[in-house]
Design a binder for this molecule. Structure first.
Ligand SMILES: Cc1cc2nc3c(=O)[nH]c(=O)nc-3n(C[C@H](O)[C@H](O)[C@H](O)COP(=O)(O)O)c2cc1C
Length: 402
């Protein structure tokens, strides 16, 4: 199968004409052997390369190129399949943009395309090349993205737990902080449900019969609020997960929550109810009036797993929660994938206009945090900072600049 791969990267150190010629000579030779063709653009600091050829050859070549120490921040932008090559010649056509005008490059790209002129312009390959040629001279995100400049250290400071290791009968909760790394502040704790022996939320849900699911879901939250009180969360916020069905189907669900919050000495404004994107969109009409009730009661709302379902940003045309949590599937290895980066840029821009707080969840690597921070996200949750701890607050690891 004929495949196309586009990546972007940044020159590391200096390279002169001789160095560039060496890369190209090797590329011409190996690409011919592998039947890979393409185009390499270089503007003095960044590369954009299109590789096309048999799927396995393109992948094997990209694995080699990705490890080349002469460049870094290698970000995959596109993988696609095509009936024919965009660039007929086998080898690598090189354009040094310091010497060739953008217009000339585009003309040459269109000319080499086997697709008719007006359709060639519709090809994503062409669009990637065009936006690389025309991008504004503002500093690229890679100039702020400096993961090597940070290391993550453990801090001993933690909120003391008054009653360590409470034993729960039917369910218990683990607490995981949502942090603002650059100020070293904990913004909230998420209470994650566990079985009596510490099992996962899925195991807990599996132990509950379908008839009582929603009732049990709502009533379990009192234990989360009780834990928040016992570990002395003070004025921090506490986030709990609820099935939208529990809010819609259980009569007086919002009053039940309000009574639990009051009994445990908390105030509604410090409580965040998290519901997942896919659950909200599947029962949106019923859910809409519960949202109003929740907000009218002062309880905050967050959309969990944002970007994982099919609704995405279009959900925000129907209602705007105070917070969204970007799904871990987008966060994982964000520093390596252009499509994920484009989605996060879109989310950040949109949420900033709508004044919605964005949290990235499932952050495990310094590179992920660093990229997301450079993209404008301030709040994070994930193993990089703290793992959830049963019936207690964990210690937090904070990034410090080297
Ligand atoms: C921006 C850039 C683009 C490159 N493109 C190609 C390429 O298209 N084909 C290729 O064989 N090597 C390419 N290289 C070089 C490879 O990364 C690698 O250094 C080379 O293939 C190793 O050759 P060797 O097997 O002789 O060690 C590129 C390097 C850079 C920095």
């Amino acid at each position: 199968m004929l495949s196309t791969l586009i990546y972007r990267s940044r020159l590391r150190g200096d390279i002169d004409d001789v160095g560039l010629a060496a890369i190209l000579a090797r590329a011409q030779q190996r690409n011919a052997e592998l039947q890979v063709s393409g185009i390499l653009l270089y503007d003095g600091s960044q590369f954009l390369q299109v590789l096309e050829g048999p799927l396995e050859s393109v992948q094997a070549l990209f694995n080699i190129i990705g490890k080349d120490p002469r460049h870094d921040f290698v970000v995959e932008m596109m993988r696609d399949y095509a009936p024919k090559r965009h660039f007929e010649t086998v080898g690598m056509t090189f354009f040094d943009l310091r010497r060739v005008r953008a217009h000339t490059v585009l003309k040459s790209v269109i000319k080499s395309s086997v697709v008719p002129f007006n359709l060639a312009r519709e090809e994503r390959v062409y669009k990637f090349i065009r936006s690389f040629l025309r991008r504004p001279a503002q500093p690229h995100i890679s100039q702020q993205f400096q993961p090597d400049a940070w290391r993550v250290t453990h801090s001993q400071a933690r909120i003391p737990c008054k009653v360590p290791s409470m034993v729960r009968d039917d369910c218990q909760f683990a607490l995981q902080p949502i942090v603002e790394p650059l100020t070293g502040k904990i913004k909230a704790f998420e209470a994650l449900i566990r079985t009596p022996d510490g099992g996962s939320p899925a195991a807990w849900f599996a132990s509950v019969s379908t008839d009582e699911l929603y009732e049990v879901d709502i009533h379990s939250k009192e234990k989360a609020f009780a834990l928040a009180k016992e570990v002395n969360i003070g004025s921090h916020m506490i986030s709990v997960n609820l099935l939208p069905g529990s809010l819609v189907q259980v009569p007086n669900a919002v009053e039940i929550l309000l009574a639990q919050i009051k009994r445990q000495g908390l105030v509604p404004q410090q409580v965040i109810v998290e519901v997942t994107e896919s659950e909200v969109i599947s029962s949106f009409d019923e859910f809409e009036h519960v949202i109003r009730q929740l907000r009218a009661a002062g309880i905050n709302l967050a959309i969990d797993d944002f970007g994982a379902g099919f609704a995405g940003l279009s959900l925000l045309t129907r209602f705007q929660p105070g917070r969204i949590k970007i799904d871990r599937s987008i966060v994982t290895d964000i520093h390596l994938y252009g499509p994920k980066q484009a989605i996060v840029h879109g989310i950040v821009r949109c949420c900033s206009e709508l004044e919605i707080t964005v949290v990235a969840e499932g952050v495990e690597k310094v590179e992920e945090w660093c990229w997301l921070e450079a993209a404008g996200i301030k709040y994070f949750q994930g193993y990089l900072f703290a793992k959830p701890v049963l019936n207690d607050t964990p210690t937090v690891s904070w990034p410090v600049a080297d």
